[in-house]
Design a binder for this molecule. Structure first.
Ligand code: FES
Length: 105
């Protein structure tokens, strides 16, 4: 995925957030324990009407989660230790300074 494609929120683009949850007793971390559900909800709010946000299963980066995959028609990009601001930047959307949705007044 090129940066130009990601900057086009009107183009075909989907953000997948890993919501895999493991019992901590298993001794292996999961994105859910690292806050991926809150991240997904925040992205759904920030990207409403611009980019589709979907739940995803494990992408193999469990110890570096929350893991997010940005998918376009021409490819994908995996982000680890993700937060909403990083995802917005990858999409070419400037994060709002006051916590309001990007583009709101
Ligand atoms: S638990 Fe999210 S990448 Fe494995």
């Amino acid at each position: 995925m090129s940066r130009e494609e990601a900057k086009n929120p009107g183009g075909p683009c989907t953000v997948h957030v890993c919501l895999n949850h493991r019992d901590p007793a298993m001794g292996r971390p999961s994105c859910y324990e690292r806050g991926s559900l809150a991240l997904k909800r925040e992205l759904e709010k920030l990207l409403a009407g611009k980019v589709e946000v979907r739940p995803a299963t494990c992408m193999g980066c469990c110890d570096r989660g929350p893991t997010v995959r940005i998918e376009t028609a021409s490819g994908e990009r995996l982000l680890v230790r993700s937060d909403a601001a990083t995802v917005l930047i990858e999409l070419g959307i400037k994060p709002a300074q006051d916590g309001a949705s990007p583009g709101s007044t």
